[in-house]
Design a protein around this ligand. Structure first.
Ligand code: CTP
Ligand code: MG
Length: 236
């Protein structure tokens, strides 16, 4: 008998957050009462649609074990050691699933540094991707005018029609995703998200429009912005 495919989450959290410039990795900064990592995990912990969560941690991580989630009896969360790049961290997490997962189970990869994902957007991505032959990602269309700049001078205006920002989560079948990342890394292709690995294999993932507040905390300003967004969401 064929069981329905399950959904599993992978949270790459092995970065050092250099661009934020804080004395601890950005995923461990506390905003709106919890660490950024705990906010990013919350929608996955709170839904029964996610069977398990694997977090990739830096080999010298000194913070995870001090979080309540690491001590909780919740057996939904596991950790692995991350790699040199985000893609290597994701691959390490995928390898750790191999014994318990099926080829056509789904993986949702979500940055530890995206604390403002809503349960609504997560639900919508799962609904759309369960019915899509490749899988897809959350994103939003670009609204600013885009310029091609060289040496601080504008060369031309870039046509922004059909240009979208790529967010996470990104949801793909386990086997397809693992093969795509392995192939892209072997071929030396720079992949900054999962969709680009699938694109490299010739697939066309779908784009699901999500809330623009689902920012990746990259700079110190983003830390403040994320805190404002989280406080807004708590009040609503
Ligand atoms: N990440 C990871 N393994 C790496 C590098 C990054 O798991 N070797 C994770 C980060 O922890 C983050 C996500 O990938 O959740 C997105 O990466 P990014 O925003 O670049 O985070 P950092 O690499 O930590 O930041 P910076 O590039 O400024 O150092
Ligand atoms: Mg980085």
């Amino acid at each position: 008998m064929n069981a329905l495919p399950k959904c599993w989450a992978v949270i790459p959290a092995a970065g050092i957050g250099e661009r934020v410039g804080s004395n601890i990795p950005k995923q461990y900064l506390k905003i709106a009462g919890k660490t950024i990592l705990e906010h990013s995990l919350a929608p996955f912990v709170n839904t029964s649609r996610i069977a398990g969560i694997t977090i990739a941690l830096h080999p010298q991580d000194a913070h995870f074990t001090s979080l309540d989630i690491s001590r909780s009896t919740c057996d939904k969360i596991h950790t692995v050691t991350g790699g040199a790049t985000r893609a290597h961290s994701v691959l390490n997490a995928l390898e750790s699933f191999e014994a318990q997962i099926r080829e056509d189970d789904f993986i949702l990869v979500h940055d530890a540094a995206r604390p403002c994902l809503t349960e609504r957007d997560l639900d919508q991505l799962i609904d759309v991707c369960l019915a899509h032959e490749v899988g897809g990602i959350i994103g939003s269309c670009v609204t600013d005018t885009l310029k091609h700049v060289e040496n601080n001078n504008i060369v031309n205006t870039v046509d922004r029609e059909n240009i979208w920002r790529a967010y996470t989560p990104q949801m793909f079948k386990f086997g397809m995703l693992q093969r795509a990342i392995q192939t892209a890394l072997k071929d030396g292709v720079c992949i900054t998200d999962e969709a680009s690995a699938l694109e490299y294999m010739g697939y066309q993932p779908c784009m699901v429009e999500g809330d623009v507040r689902n920012i990746k905390v990259t700079t110190a300003t983003d830390v403040s912005l994320a805190e404002i967004f989280l406080q807004q969401e708590m009040k609503s």
